[in-house]
Design a protein around this ligand. Sequence first.
Ligand code: SAH
Length: 207
Amino acid sequence: MVDVQIASRGIRSGRVLLAMRRVPREIFLDRRFAEAAYEDSVVPIPKGQTISQPYIVARMLEAAAIAKSDRVLEIGAGSGYLAALAAKLGREVYALERHEALVQRAQSRLRHLGCRNVDLRQGDGTAGRPDGGEFDVILVSAAGAQTPAALKFQLAPWRRLLIPLGDPDGVQWLTKLTRGPDGRFVEERIEEVRFVSLVSDQEPRKP
Ligand code: SAH
């Protein structure tokens, strides 16, 4: 999978490629989807959610440029796959997922992998992680019309936030925001993508 779908499509970061070789994607999927684990496809997980396509996961990780000393926050941990990869690249990963059922499954998979530097909890990530302090990298794994302000506040200066921005049912761009020292953000579009929606428990979705 890594050679055929990821390295050949332009992902150059040796650290990202190595992490993807080391984290088996199939353990994050239901058994009936195991055959699809190494295809470059989006695969359903419970609660109507999906595990992202490996190439997009790689793009996101490469753009995030996670260093060994980095503290990472992931919003929308789903199956736990991206959190496991981020944990191989950085120092510690804080993760939030709305659905308790997904949190429990992901936690047991991360334990099974021996992944000790991920702290995954149930919660609405649009409010950030109040106990988390500042992060070097924030990865948002669900699409929104805009970046939640609480997340921008949790980013240290010069640090990076990746989020799919756009129409939840239409065109979305994986976007990289870098925080300048003056508190302003520089935005860069990385790739057109399709993610499930970032759902805020604070502002119910309009009918
Ligand atoms: N990175 C995940 C992809 C999961 S899909 C993986 O590797 O499997 C996106 C996830 O975001 C879904 O599980 C969804 O429940 C979750 N989500 C959506 N809105 C959220 C919110 N406000 N807070 C936390 N999780 C959210």
